[in-house]
Design a protein around this ligand. Structure first.
Ligand code: 5SP
Length: 234
């Protein structure tokens, strides 16, 4: 093993990756988390195809925001270029998560936004969770993972949303990506997304015509937790 410089982000990426199986968001080698050091212009990411049971901080691969490997002995996640594109264009994110969690992925495969049906969803954000349209064949045949980054960014841009308005997206035909100021926040967002996706699925199973949550309740629930006059928690 070569000498390692980026111990802080290696540890952060390792800890965040290990949260995915613990939270039931992945099995086997599904998914990946990265942790950025914005000052150094690099991020640490899970090595490709390594089971979570075999991971260690030393195995994390450090790459720059163009996806070039800076440090590490293993091949980085196959999704590395998607992470790199997002870090490069979104200045304030410190962590990115990709899972194939069951319910969020089912919505992505169905190519549907997740409607905001209830207050659980509104406690976290006020918007339907966007689903990016499937990628055209010529982009799939080209630099697929790099283009996935743009597929995510374009989906937010088309809806006039920034990466700070919403920290989660479904990639049509594929699966969810989430992000946040830290890797831990990005993992939290993945767990919240999976819960919201499951509840929305069950809501439509019980009532196919379930109404979207009314605006007054969206505003009330979001603001009591995140607004200037928040009274949630201690
Ligand atoms: O999207 C996929 C597979 O469709 C990947 O995210 C795998 O779930 C994990 O790949 P590695 O990070 O192990 O390369």
């Amino acid at each position: 093993m070569s000498t390692q410089k980026y111990q802080v982000i290696r540890e952060a990426a390792y800890e965040a990756n290990m949260q995915l199986p613990a939270l039931g968001l992945v099995i086997f080698t599904f998914g990946n988390v990265s942790a950025a050091d914005r000052g150094a212009g690099v991020f640490a990411i899970k090595p490709s195809g390594v089971p979570y049971t075999e991971l260690s901080p030393e195995m994390m691969v450090v790459v720059d925001f163009n996806g070039k490997v800076i440090e590490g002995d293993l091949r980085p996640s196959s999704d590395t270029l998607t992470h790199a594109v997002l870090y490069k264009h979104w200045e304030h994110i410190g962590g990115i998560v990709h899972t194939h969690s069951t319910y969020a992925t089912a919505w992505a495969q169905s190519q549907r936004d997740i409607p905001i049906y209830g207050t659980t969803h509104a406690d976290h954000n006020t918007l339907d969770i966007p689903c990016a349209p499937p990628m055209p064949d010529e982009l799939i045949a080209g630099d697929y993972e790099y283009q996935t980054g743009f597929q995510i960014m374009n989906t937010l841009a088309e809806r006039h949303l920034t990466y700070e308005d919403i920290e989660m997206v479904l990639v049509g035909n594929h699966a969810p990506f989430t992000w946040g100021s830290t890797p831990a926040k990005a993992v939290y967002n993945s767990a919240v997304l999976e819960s919201i996706a499951q509840m929305a699925y069950l809501t439509e199973s019980i009532n196919l015509c379930a109404p979207r949550l009314k605006d007054s309740l969206i505003k009330k629930h979001y603001e009591r937790k995140h607004g200037p006059n928040s009274y949630y928690g201690q």
